[in-house]
Design a protein around this ligand. Structure first.
Ligand SMILES: C[S@@+](CC[C@H](N)C(=O)[O-])C[C@H]1O[C@@H](n2cnc3c(N)ncnc32)[C@H](O)[C@@H]1O
Length: 236
């Protein structure tokens, strides 16, 4: 279920080599909704939260993640921000003594894939259908009425290989499976394999995703942007 232990030691290197554009993500997060208590679902090593905390001093920020090794890096990174709290939790059993006016996931547990041509689809780090429902139920419990859930948008997944810093080569392969796809991540230095990680992702068509999210009180608020960083849902 989305365990990033193998990748944790190399995650920052891969992501900050152009995989994600963190300032751009936070620009859109800030412009999308007015919030005082924010929750990141699957905060990983805290790269988004660092950008957010350095720009929003007056907001209470909470992040949680399933993978302890990722969260340890986040703890070191975010130690200097008193407004940030972190928790080691699986979203399927999320229990924080608090409600939020904004919850978001960017590449975390759930995200949308969109290319501007085909219909967007939802990707989940959780393969099991029931567990997805449990996770969304837990998130819904933590979002106030009229609060927002923002789910990140990524470009289409494909096989590729790309040099990053230090002469390292990052590569990924995608294989379809019954209800989604398996993604294999690799990092090599010359011929030596430094890291390998494999995750099964579940996918939902756009209409299945809207229906699933609506079951837990989240209604889509369409955006006028052609390729937004997030799709926005409001909690009823
Ligand atoms: C691609 S990383 C994204 C991290 C961060 N949002 C970022 O943008 O750098 C996905 C994260 O989701 C976490 N994750 C996957 N399944 C999870 C679950 N069931 N509950 C909590 N976190 C989960 C993983 O441990 C990993 O740290």
């Amino acid at each position: 279920m989305g365990d990033y232990t193998n990748m944790s030691g190399y995650y920052d290197l891969i992501m900050t080599s152009g995989y994600y554009d963190y300032p751009k993500i936070v620009n859109e997060l800030i412009s999308n909704a007015d919030f005082h208590q924010v929750l990141e679902i699957g905060c990983g090593t805290g790269l988004i939260l660092e950008e957010l905390a350095s720009r929003k001093k007056d907001v209470e920020i909470t992040g949680f993640d399933l993978t302890e090794a990722m969260l340890l890096i986040a703890k070191n990174r975010l130690d200097k921000f008193p407004q940030v709290q972190l928790a080691h939790q699986n979203v399927t059993a999320l229990s924080l003594d608090k409600q939020f006016d904004l919850a978001f996931s960017y590449g975390g547990v759930w995200y949308f894939v969109m290319d501007g041509v085909n219909e967007p689809f939802l990707v989940s780090h959780i393969y099991d259908e029931k567990a997805n429902e449990e996770g969304l139920a837990r998130v819904s419990e933590h979002v106030r009425t009229s609060g927002h859930l923002l789910l990140g948008v990524q470009g289409p997944h494909k096989d590729y290989q790309s040099p990053i810093t230090n002469g390292y080569i990052y590569s990924q392969t995608i294989k379809p499976i019954a209800h989604g796809f398996t993604k294999h991540y690799f990092l090599h230095a010359n011929d030596e394999k430094l890291m390998e990680q494999c995750i099964d992702y579940r996918t939902y068509t756009f209409s299945e995703a809207l229906e699933l999210l609506a079951e837990f009180g989240f209604t889509h608020q369409p955006s006028s942007a052609a390729l937004p960083q997030f799709l926005s849902f409001v909690k009823s």
